[in-house]
Ligand binder design. Structure first.
Ligand code: BEZ
Ligand code: FE
Length: 272
């Protein structure tokens, strides 16, 4: 084994002016070489790998981003999330944004119903505060979830515009509230190379039922997170590894439906 090969290649980047680019690219070379050596990669196997990456690129267009799906299913997206999120135990943990966030949803009133699909009713409510417990008035809360058929509005032409998407402001006490329906587990897109990779490696494509939240308040770090249903069969095997124990919630039966009381805690920008 000729270790000086790796050194020759990293040295080829020695003239790179940008220190961060140099750090990233030389680390990438070291890890790629170590990976190929660890598994004794053959020419045929690497050709197969290149074909897979080529197919992944060809699947991408203005809407579909197969490389992000690859990053998600290899757990890289959630590692980046972990590297870049705060590690303050008092603040709410983050989770993946996913590809189905949409800007420009119209504002809804406190306690509005965001569901235009039939389903099991849920009343979500809680308070947004900072880590000292001070409620944050006028924080922007955006939520989105799938319909019972496992599709987001935007994936499904049968769903009315804005279905199961909400945009709210917290009130003077920092409270938010809205009515919706219980989310459903759903498969990530499987009609491309990432779906083939999951199939070939004996993995399922399911995300456990969840509702996404994005919360913004001036002076605080933006929070992108999701709440995962404790009773979902996939809660311990999310295809994209987004579930964190602190984000798993119980749907408490209430008046023929469910209630979820869940507070969120944001971290001030200067502390992050
Ligand atoms: C989502 O939760 O919307 C999602 C996240 C990653 C990949 C696919 C979907
Ligand atoms: Fe989702």
């Amino acid at each position: 084994m000729n270790e000086s090969l790796t050194q020759n290649v990293t040295e080829a980047f020695s003239q790179c002016d940008d220190a961060r680019t140099k750090e990233i690219v030389t680390a990438l070379v070291r890890h790629l070489h170590a990976f190929a050596r660890e598994v004794n990669l053959t020419h045929d196997e690497w050709r197969h790998g290149i074909e897979f990456l080529t197919a992944t690129g060809k699947k991408c267009d203005g809407i579909r981003q197969e490389f992000i799906l690859l990053s998600d299913t290899l757990g890289l997206s959630i590692v980046l999330d972990d590297i870049n999120q705060h590690h303050d135990e008092a603040a709410t943990e983050s989770s993946l944004l996913g590809p189905f966030y949409r800007d420009g949803v119209k504002h809804s009133a406190f306690a509005a119903n965001i569901a235009q699909s039939d389903g099991e009713p849920v009343f979500f409510h809680g308070v947004v505060s900072d880590v000292s417990g001070k409620p944050l008035a006028d924080a922007l809360i955006e939520v989105w979830q799938t319909a019972p058929n496992g599709m987001y509005e935007g994936q499904d032409p049968e769903q009315p515009e804005g279905n199961l998407r909400g945009r709210f402001r917290t009130n003077a006490q920092g409270a938010y509230a809205f009515h919706s329906i219980k989310p459903t587990s759903y498969p990530i897109p499987t009609d491309g190379p990432v779906g083939q990779m999951l199939l070939a490696t004996g993995r399922h494509p399911m995300r456990p039922a969840h509702i996404h939240f994005r919360i913004d308040a001036p002076g605080y770090e933006s929070l992108t997170t999701a709440l995962y249903s404790s009773d979902d069969p996939y809660v311990n095997s999310d295809a994209v590894f987004g579930v964190k124990p602190s984000l798993v919630i119980e749907y408490v039966p209430n008046d023929g439906g469910y209630e979820v009381a869940r507070d969120f805690t944001l971290i001030a920008k200067e502390r992050a």
